[in-house]
Design a protein around this ligand. Structure first.
Ligand code: HEM
Length: 478
């Protein structure tokens, strides 16, 4: 190509980009958009938004935006015009209008890695069907009859391996616990077995890709994760084939009463759909709970009088399902960990039509990010939000007339760690059960301290950069 042609091509491309930019600006003028900054063309403000920050804050970038523009502002994130909401009312409005005014809209890279049938990316009827299957499987009754026992067994499996005075990564141990539990619950795989360990190793590579930039180039974390995804799927498919043979021969027993058996018996899903469902439940049910457990270990480790008081109370708190719902101190520690640590910080939605909220327009097609972390850390909604104070939940949930022996359920409707509306987390009860049982046995049997300084960061996925190294001392026998 001659130099003059190259220059012509360059000039016309710049002109086209400029025209698109002008067109976009004109269109925006029709709307009363919230204040904000659209940043650079295409890149927008994504880099600033994704800069790591302490998980117990909303980060300097968002703090600056909220103080400059207010709790609802416009931006350009992930290549799309976006309304960011740190406003409790708007967040609730968005989640309650799922499918009517707003719709779940995760970046395409997430669909690429979790699969097109993953519940996190599905919308409409197919989402409803998959959700029904997951809810049945994670039902309250099942938790009571099957899972409570399993959760306890897997907790003790991990805690019993801890050696006095040794230093290890609490985050890795929490991951081991939730992975083992999910692998058992989903495909009846036993902890410590070669096949479980191989799957876990593959899954670690897979996870690195889920949290990495979606660059599909040789050697990139994303490319490696796509490879791991197909290895994991082949593995699950093999398990599925074996299970079908067992079922055809009438050899399936209660020991294998897992998700795989359940979907094969009770659903008409295709093989591809079953594989994506299993992979996405493994993902949804493993990462979030393990990070939440690591956060509890971190928050409770500080030797404050309030923490000592909480730990003493946890020891005498029951962990049976019934007691948990009664809002004992263990439940308060769980709520406070989720409020302060914010494992899931924001959700991805888009407007299905032009929407008006509090005088602002949210144009059809725009991305909308309800930032649940910003509400949980808002000083106008939670007193001293920067203090880890489980006891606040007992005050929040007791009416003035109720006695301390009759706690009532959580009424703070600004608290949404599990999302809300028709996409409310399907595994919230299991997650709380896992946290309760693990924390209970941990406090009962160990004292622990940080072996070296570490803290949770939001990348925006919450993670402890050093893996939360702790040193433990056993208190008595489990
Ligand atoms: C502390 C741990 C957990 C937290 C903080 C959490 C949080 C969330 C949130 C915020 C959502 C909503 C996503 C959205 O609206 O876009 C969600 C969805 C979901 N979660 Fe969880 N989750 C946790 C544990 C679990 C567990 C243990 C499971 C199951 C095994 C699970 C399964 C799911 C599923 C299947 C969905 C999709 C629901 C739907 O789209 O209808 N989660 N979770």
């Amino acid at each position: 190509m001659a130099d003059s042609e190259l220059i012509l091509l360059l000039v016309s491309s710049i002109l086209a980009l400029f025209l698109i930019f002008i067109f976009f600006k004109r269109k925006q003028r029709r709307f009363n958009l919230p204040p904000g900054n659209m940043g650079w063309p295409f890149l927008g403000e994504t880099i600033g938004y994704l800069r790591p920050y302490s998980a117990t804050t909303i980060g300097e970038f968002m703090e600056n935006h909220v103080s400059r523009y207010g709790k609802i502002y416009k931006s350009n994130l992930f290549g799309e015009p976006t309304i960011v909401s740190a406003d409790a009312g708007l967040n609730r409005f968005i989640l309650q209008n799922e499918g009517k005014l707003f719709e779940c809209s995760y970046p395409r890279s997430i669909g690429g890695i979790l699969g097109k049938w993953s519940m996190l990316v599905l919308v409409g009827d197919m989402h409803r069907d998959m959700r029904t299957i997951s809810l049945n499987f994670l039902s309250h009754a099942r938790l009571r009859t099957h899972l409570l026992r399993e959760v306890e067994k897997h907790t003790l499996f991990v805690l019993n391996s801890w050696k006095e005075n040794s230093v290890f990564s609490a985050q890795d141990e929490a991951k081991k616990f939730t992975f083992n539990l999910m692998a058992k619950h989903i495909m009846s795989m036993d902890p410590g077995k070669l096949e479980t360990e191989n799957l876990k190793r593959e899954y670690v590579t897979f996870m690195k890709g889920v949290v990495s930039a979606p660059i599909n180039l040789p050697g990139s974390a994303y490319r490696k994760a796509l490879k791991s995804r197909s290895t994991i799927l082949k593995y699950i498919e093999q398990k599925m084939k074996e299970r079908i043979i067992i079922m055809e021969e009438g050899r399936d027993d209660m020991d294998q009463d897992d998700l795989l058996g359940w979907v094969l018996k009770h659903s008409n899903l295709s093989t591809e759909q079953i594989l994506d469902l299993i992979l996405s439940l493994l993902f949804a049910g493993h990462e979030t709970s393990s990070v939440s457990i690591a956060l509890s270990i971190y928050f409770l480790q500080r030797r404050t009088p309030r923490n000592c008081q909480s730990q003493e109370a946890i020891k005498s708190d029951g962990v049976e399902l019934g007691r948990l719902q009664e809002n004992g101190i263990t439940q308060c520690v769980i709520s406070e960990t989720l409020r302060f640590g914010n494992v899931v910080r924001f959700l991805h939605r888009k407007a299905l039509k032009d929407v008006q909220y509090n005088g602002y327009d949210i144009p059809c097609g725009w991305k909308v990010l309800p930032v649940i972390a910003a509400v949980h850390l808002d000083p106008s909604l939670f007193e001293h939000p920067q203090h880890f104070n489980p006891w606040r939940w007992q005050q929040l949930t007791r009416g003035p007339s109720s006695s301390s022996s009759s706690p009532i359920s959580i009424t703070n409707n600004h608290f949404m760690p599990f999302g809300g509306g028709s996409r409310l987390c399907a595994g919230s009860e299991l997650a709380k059960l896992e946290m309760a049982v693990f924390i209970h046995h941990l406090v009962l049997n160990f004292q622990w301290e940080l072996a070296e300084p570490d803290q949770a960061y939001a990348f925006p996925f919450v993670d402890f950069p050093k893996g939360l190294p702790i040193r433990v001392q056993r208190q008595n026998l489990i």
